[in-house]
Design a protein around this ligand. Structure first.
Ligand SMILES: [Zn+2]
Length: 150
């Protein structure tokens, strides 16, 4: 059985509409040595790309322009630094904390879907966090965590 991404790759007419945020053109599934991704149809004039679920072939998060993509990388860096090097949190605990600080639902807390303003917010809250609770999280975080996992 072939994966959906593979199917879509050979059936461009059935691919979801993904718009390039750099130039407004349509993006189509492409394949590199790292797997499938969405690439701008006007390449090489425009080098806009967007991530792809390797199994389903669906776009990963929301496409963004070059500025927002750079901000997402920065926001991810600040967030990862906060929890990976902290060593007290699991990934989903860290996301529950972030969702709370951003006042958004846990299941919508994906940096890959954030706009530039949200990315700036991530960077600010992560830099402000500096000293995290020693116990590794508050009770309400665990509650939202269970909900998010279910
Ligand atoms: Zn483009």
């Amino acid at each position: 059985m072939i994966s959906s991404a593979e199917y879509l790759f050979y059936h461009p007419e059935e691919q979801p509409i993904v718009k390039c945020e750099d130039c407004g053109s349509r993006m189509v599934l492409r394949k590199s040595q790292h797997g499938y991704f969405y690439g701008c149809t006007t390449f090489p004039e425009c080098s806009g790309t967007h991530g792809c679920h390797q199994n389903s072939g669906k776009p990963l998060g929301k496409p963004a322009n070059a500025e927002t993509r750079a901000l997402r990388v920065k926001a991810h860096g600040a967030f990862d630094k906060l929890w990976i090097f902290n060593g007290r949190w699991r990934r989903n605990e860290a996301y529950a904390w972030l969702a709370d600080r951003m006042t958004i639902p846990y299941d919508q807390c994906h940096i890959g879907s954030f706009n530039s303003q949200q990315c700036r917010q991530v960077i600010i809250v992560c830099e402000k966090a500096g000293d995290l609770p020693a116990c590794g999280g508050e009770l309400y975080l665990k509650k939202s965590l269970r909900k998010g996992k279910a």
